[in-house]
Design a protein around this ligand. Structure first.
Ligand SMILES: O=C(O)c1cc(C(=O)O)c2c(n1)C(=O)C(=O)c1cc(C(=O)O)[nH]c1-2
Length: 233
């Protein structure tokens, strides 16, 4: 057991942020996507596979709520499910992702049937959902903190895709636009919970491991996608 004193909140936050160097933004497949080097069928492969992540996120968030006895947390957390599933006033992120799919040349049926979802992507995403089902809810909250790094990846796509992939209908990029402020809001809550729960050095180190697990989920998805659709695919 570590006998070192806990990091203060600012230092702990810095340590969490430093994990950004392992984010899938740096994965070779993402780098090539960002440089405009991917062919349409490669973009389609990524979009069809990422759809599996999109549809599983609300189940992951529902698992966190199911494990959380704190009413205040559930009040805030349930918004995440609405963000993805939608409601009477908002079509939701899953539908926005379907629109992205259609904009890149996939059909709704192709997406919903999950016919393109690779075994490695399914394993990685399922590992994330299972973690949320089984871990203490604060640990599952911590695992969502890869969203700290997501606004940049969404902004990068919005800035470069219109020039790099002019064949993609720009309306299809709405999903990325919508996620920037939602991710920032999610991170505020996720960090608040993480800073309050992981207070000893040993716990803080555990939080870094949890964040690494989630970074690995995203990285593994990219590995599987690259193997199937990359230059050797
Ligand atoms: O496009 C991306 O690279 C990316 C990454 C992540 C992430 O870092 O987990 C999320 C999203 N997008 C996203 O759109 C999203 O709604 C989301 C929810 C979560 C989560 O863990 O609860 N991550 C992410």
């Amino acid at each position: 057991m570590s006998t070192l004193p806990p990091w203060d909140p600012a230092t702990f936050t810095e340590r969490l942020l430093a994990k950004g160097n392992r984010y899938h933004i740096h994965h070779p497949f993402n780098v090539r996507m960002q440089q405009g080097l991917l062919r349409p069928e490669q973009i389609r492969g990524w979009v069809a596979n990422r759809f599996y992540y999109q549809v599983c996120i609300p189940q992951k968030d529902a698992a966190i709520m199911a494990n959380c006895p704190d009413r205040e947390t559930r009040r805030r957390w349930r918004q995440r499910i609405v963000d993805h599933d939608g409601d009477e006033t908002n079509e939701g992120g899953i539908e926005a992702w379907v629109r992205l799919g259609v904009a890149v040349g996939l059909t709704r049926d192709e997406l919903w049937s999950q016919q393109h979802v690779l075994p490695g992507v399914r394993f990685a995403v399922d590992a994330y959902v299972n973690f949320a089902r089984q871990a203490p809810w604060q640990e599952a909250v911590c695992s969502s903190l890869t969203e700290m790094f997501a606004p940049k990846i969404h902004k990068d796509r919005l800035a470069s895709w219109p020039q790099n992939y002019p064949w993609i209908e720009p309306d299809g990029l709405q999903y990325f636009r919508s996620r920037i402020s939602l991710a920032e809001r999610d991170v505020e809550h996720g960090l608040e919970t993480t800073l309050a729960h992981f207070t000893t050095r040993e716990q803080q180190l555990r939080a870094l491991d949890i964040l690494q697990f989630k970074l690995d989920v995203l990285w593994s998805m990219m590995d599987a996608i690259e193997l199937a659709y990359g230059e050797c695919g």
